[in-house]
Design a protein around this ligand. Structure first.
Ligand code: V47
Length: 389
């Protein structure tokens, strides 16, 4: 590995701690965010990344399913949620979700990533039936479903405890939870960007409960809006503390804010510099997280590829039909074929490994064959049924 060159002297003691395998502090985190010596920060993050994962870069074949975009939360950060009578509002019938899922399976999906709006009328049973139906039809596919925020809302609607809702979801077939809804934990920020949403404390408490019940989860941080550097570090260290306790987080995903079509559209959004900084600092502060994901949908494939030398070891998946960022003006594709993900990874000098949701290498010989025509089928329009519940 090339020698580390530090231009900002404040990074020297931090570099010594990283190279000595010591944990970084809150102040170290703030210094890392404040420095302009991005190459030194990236070098250190890459050092940690290569120590853990060598040259491997993971990706998966997955399909996003968003059962509904009807949402009562009205988060200012979001362009996806709609009022029930707003143009473009939808709630899929279960049959339609299963049909979309079948398409995903034909395309080789090993994971369904299922998140949606907080619908005022869809009962817990709709979600349990959705999951049971998927598990019954596609038992080999991992169901990564419902954020802590959705779990909280479902518990309130069903007048059940968080624990009981998580247990019911697990029993129905949920295998793990995605990392969304974390945003920035600090109440000052939440009050502005998502004031009606589950609090940061509650998000962490639901993650703790899920982990205690044997449901692993991811964690995210939404950056590039109104948050300060201190609030980012606080967010990361709260995740680190919980991970010390439960060891339940699988991967951390920094999410770049896309302002278009949101109530915060006057904000400029993060730059490429912020993107690489957030990947690298996550890798350095989250010493108890195994995986840092460069989510290409948010970062663009080009920045995500560079992130593979700044601390990230995963590009996420083929995705298919991403709605949340595309409603917020993302111009990336909604789908990247497996061959293209592998090409991006190889071009960055890394070795692609197809993984499942829990980062076990996928043995394709044990799975149904990927249909050669499936990539074209993604454009087949599906009839959207509106539910009356
Ligand atoms: O929680 C919403 C974010 C998240 C916007 O667990 C926005 O593997 C940017 O969590 N601009 C949902 N971001 C997505 C998510 C995720 C994605 C990929 C993988 C995983 C995983 C999780 O999207 C929300 C919110 O933080 N979001 N609106 C927006 N305008």
């Amino acid at each position: 590995m090339a020698e580390l060159q530090i231009q900002d002297a404040r990074l020297k003691p931090i570099a010594e701690r990283v190279l000595g395998g010591e944990r970084l502090s809150f102040d170290d985190g703030v210094t890392l965010y404040r420095t302009h010596d991005l190459l030194a920060v990236g070098w250190l993050a890459n050092y940690v990344r290569e120590k853990r994962h060598g040259n491997v870069c993971y990706y998966n074949i997955n399909r996003h399913i968003n059962p509904t975009n009807i949402c009562v939360a009205h988060c200012r950060l979001c362009a996806f949620g709609r009022d029930p009578d707003a143009p473009g509002a939808y709630a899929y019938a279960l049959e339609e979700i299963w049909e979309r899922a079948a398409q995903g399976v034909r395309e080789g999906a090993t994971e369904f990533h299922i998140v949606g709006g907080l619908h005022p009328d869809l009962p817990l049973d709709y979600y349990l039936d959705l999951i049971r139906g998927l598990k019954q039809r596609f038992p080999h596919v991992h169901l990564k479903a419902f954020t802590m925020v959705e779990v909280h809302y479902l518990a309130r609607l069903a007048k059940k405890s968080i624990r009981d809702v998580l247990l019911a979801l697990k029993e129905a077939g949920v295998d793990s939870l995605p990392g969304g809804g974390a945003e920035i934990f600090h109440p000052r920020v939440r009050k502005v960007i998502c004031d009606h949403k589950t609090s940061g404390m509650m998000w962490l408490e639901i993650a703790r409960t899920a982990h205690q019940l044997g449901l692993r989860s991811n964690a995210t941080m939404l950056y590039g809006h109104i948050e300060t550097e201190e609030e980012r570090v606080d967010h990361l260290l709260q995740l680190r503390t919980l991970q010390d306790e439960t060891k339940g987080f699988v991967a951390f995903i920094p999410l770049a804010f896309h302002p278009a079509n949101t109530a915060l559209s006057h904000l400029p959004g993060p730059t490429g510099w912020d993107d690489l900084k957030n990947i690298a600092i996550a890798r350095l502060l989250l010493d108890n997280f195994e995986h840092i994901k460069a989510y290409w949908i948010m970062l663009t494939p080009r920045v995500a590829q560079i992130a593979l030398r700044f601390g990230a070891d995963d590009l996420d998946g083929t995705v298919i039909e991403e709605k949340i960022y595309h409603d917020a003006g993302a111009t990336t594709a909604q789908f990247t074929p497996r061959a293209e993900l592998e090409r991006l990874i190889r071009a960055a000098g890394r070795e692609p490994v197809e993984r499942d949701t829990l980062y076990r290498p996928v043995d394709r010989s044990k799975l149904p064959p990927i249909e050669p025509t499936a990539a074209n089928a993604r454009n087949t329009p599906l009839v959207t049924l509106t539910l009356n519940v």
